[in-house]
Each structure stands twice: as structure tokens, then as C-alpha cells.
Design a protein around this ligand. Structure first.
Ligand code: SAM
Ligand code: SF4
Length: 336
């Protein structure tokens, strides 16, 4: 039997990485991600777990090798472990190299063992501060101790943990604490990746007040540490440096001060089944209608090639005072 051709866009980039959002809901309300009062989507609009499996499997059949479940908070989706278990068959068959997730860590303490059982080997945990009060302020609803317990449980179960940290300017952010956070992660043998705030969704705060340029931050870190550029990649958009003094690896995701589009191998599917070819662009393709109209999956498969022809060369982010967000979609809807 001949294998279907891989998904290729008009710029010759092959799509090998799918980020699939399994819910738009979350048990936190991070200040850069969500508004305090969020209206979540009606359940009927969200893909069922079976539909999520069908979408992911269609992409895997067309050459996706890495699948990341995200959200919202993926671990608050009811029965989400059923989906992990279903998807693990693609690891067993060799069709998929990696099944992973991005999580806020709040549920990891109880889920880590089951995730390992489904073939997950590493997780990204988002953590912006080690100060309990600041944590409560930045996440609005979160508790630091539960996340730290989650990280400990994940590692005890054998998962590798990478920390994702959004760099936030000023005393209302975490700017002053970033070197300590990096040192903390590296001391425990964890990579840490810094993320610039992206203008997604109206969160009730001015992005220019939150945005901290990672180019500026890097220069500051270089006054304290020796950073050496590294060619290492984890298949995502981060560029890495090695920190000589800590011995650890530090990633930078800098969509605004350095565009990373030229090597983009990723597409995203939202919890409502919208295929987004670029995080920073509004246009999506409605896979849910195709899924629901045709249980055989033939229409979905046929749509994927056509969809990829629409992948654009680069994103459209910019941060300026009072500028509207690049898209009205929240990061939590698209899947970070
Ligand atoms: N709830 C999970 C979590 O927090 O890890 C997964 C979803 S969250 C949307 C994924 C990542 O996006 C997190 O690392 C979060 O910090 C980041 N994020 C959310 N909103 C962002 C924004 N406006 N700009 C940059 N990163 C953002
Ligand atoms: Fe929830 Fe993650 Fe968004 Fe925070 S960043 S509100 S944890 S989805």
C-alpha cells in the first residue's frame, strides 16, 4: 500500500507537528491569556473526544509525527485520559514519535502516572513565578503549591518537565524574578523557555504594559551569565542557548522581536475544530463541519491538502499602544 503524501504548504514547509486544543476552558485566568470574566463556548461547539481522535489521526496519517494536546487546560477536560489512551496507539504503531501536552500543572499530581502509561515522556508546564502571592495575582485563580506538587509528581513518575515562562514587564509582571526562575529550573535539570506576550484576545489589559522584549532581557542575562547559542531544537519555535554557569538550556520564543516563521512546521486545531495555519492570523478552516457531515473521514482528508495551500509565509503580530489584538481569538481558544 502506498503511503499518502505528506502535507506540504506552498513554501515547501512540511507539516509534521500538530497542536490540538482539547478545551477552551481552564481552572486559571492568567492575566495575559484570559479576561477575568470569560464566556466559554457551548459544549455542542467543542469537538467530542472521538472527534478529536479522528482529527489527530487524520493528520498523523498524513505525516504528523509530533502531537501536542493543549487548551485551555487540557487536563480539566472530562475524560481526557481516554483521548490520551486512544492516541497512544499511534506511538505503539510507530506512526507518531511524540505525544505530549502543555499544562498549567494544577492536575498533574493525580494524572502524571496515567500520562506515563499512555506513552507520554515529557510535559511542558507553564510557570511564571515562584512567589505564591504573585502566582495568585498572575493566574487569578491558581495555587502555586499545587503546581509545584504537580511538577514533583510528574518527575517522580518519570516525565521530563520543561518550564514555559511568559516574560512580563515591570513590578506587576515577573521581570525582576526571571533570573531566579531560570536558576531554579536549571538547578533541577529542567529546560526553561521564555515566551514573549503575544497579542491574542482582548484581556482587559494593555499589551504594551505587559510586553517585555526578550532581546532586551537576553542582553541583561548576558551581563550576569555566559550564554552560548545552540543549534538544538525540540521541534518547536524556541531558539536555545546554553547557560555556562547553570549548565542548563534556556529557550526564547520571540514572535515579536524575531520572527520564527521561516521554519514553521506547525498547524493548530482549536477545540471547535478550526484548523489554524498560523497562530497570528485569523483565517481558519472549519474541520468540524466536515467531520460531522461525513463519518467516513474522506471529506476531512480531502480538505487537508487544500487547506495547506492557504498557509501563509508569516504572522501579523505587532504590539503598539492601543492597537487591537492581531486576532480576536484568545490563546486559550487557539491552543498555546
Ligand atoms: N493551560 C495550559 C498552560 O497554561 O500551559 C495550556 C494552554 S496555554 C494557552 C499555553 C501557553 O500559552 C502557556 O505557556 C501560556 O503561558 C501561553 N500564553 C497564553 N497566553 C499568551 C499570550 N497572550 N502570549 C504569550 N503566551 C501566552
Ligand atoms: Fe489557563 Fe493556560 Fe491560559 Fe493560564 S495560560 S489561563 S493556565 S489556558
Amino acid at each position: 500500500m502506498t503511503r499518502p503524501a505528506p502535507l506540504r504548504d506552498p513554501f515547501g514547509r512540511t507539516v509534521t507537528y500538530l497542536r490540538l486544543s482539547v478545551t477552551d476552558r481552564c481552572d486559571f485566568r492568567c492575566v495575559y491569556c484570559m479576561a477575568e470574566q470569560m464566556t466559554f463556548l457551548p459544549k455542542a461547539e467543542i469537538l467530542t473526544l472521538e472527534e478529536l481522535d479522528r482529527v489527530a489521526s487524520a493528520f498523523i496519517a498524513r505525516g504528523v509525527r509530533k502531537l501536542r494536546l493543549t487548551g485551555g487546560e487540557p487536563l480539566v477536560r472530562r475524560n481526557v485520559m481516554w483521548l490520551f489512551e486512544r492516541l497512544s496507539r499511534h506511538l505503539a504503531s510507530g506512526a507518531l514519535d511524540e505525544l505530549t501536552l502543555t499544562t498549567n500543572g494544577s492536575q498533574l499530581a493525580t494524572r502524571a502516572g496515567a500520562l506515563v502509561g499512555c506513552g507520554v515522556t515529557r510535559v511542558n508546564v507553564s510557570l511564571d513565578t515562584l512567589d505564591p502571592d504573585r502566582f495568585s495575582r498572575l493566574t487569578r485563580w491558581g495555587r502555586l503549591d499545587r503546581v509545584l506538587e504537580g511538577i514533583a509528581a510528574a518527575e517522580a513518575a518519570g516525565l521530563r518537565v520543561k518550564i514555559n515562562t511568559v516574560a512580563l514587564r515591570g513590578p506587576d509582571g515577573n521581570e525582576d524574578e526571571l533570573p531566579d526562575l531560570i536558576a531554579w529550573a536549571h538547578a533541577a535539570g529542567r529546560d526553561l523557555t521564555l515566551i514573549e506576550v503575544m497579542p491574542l484576545g482582548e484581556v482587559g489589559a494593555d499589551r504594551t504594559d505587559q510586553h517585555l522584549s526578550l532581546a532586551v532581557l537576553r542582553a541583561r542575562l548576558e551581563a550576569r551569565w555566559t550564554l552560548t547559542d545552540s543549534d538544538e531544537t525540540t521541534g518547536g519555535p524556541a531558539r536555545y542557548v546554553r547557560v555556562a554557569e547553570t549548565g542548563g538550556r534556556l529557550g526564547f520564543i520571540t514572535p515579536l522581536s524575531h520572527r520564527f516563521c521561516e521554519s514553521c512546521n506547525r498547524v493548530r486545531v482549536t477545540a471547535t475544530g478550526q484548523l489554524n495555519l498560523c497562530l497570528g492570523r485569523e483565517a481558519g478552516i472549519d474541520l468540524r463541519t466536515l467531520l460531522r457531515a461525513d463519518p467516513t473521514g474522506a471529506r476531512l482528508e480531502a480538505a487537508l491538502d487544500g487547506a495547506l495551500l492557504r498557509k501563509r509565509e508569516g504572522h501579523d503580530f505587532r504590539i503598539a499602544r492601543n492597537a487591537p489584538p492581531a486576532t480576536a481569538r484568545f490563546m486559550s481558544t487557539t491552543g498555546g
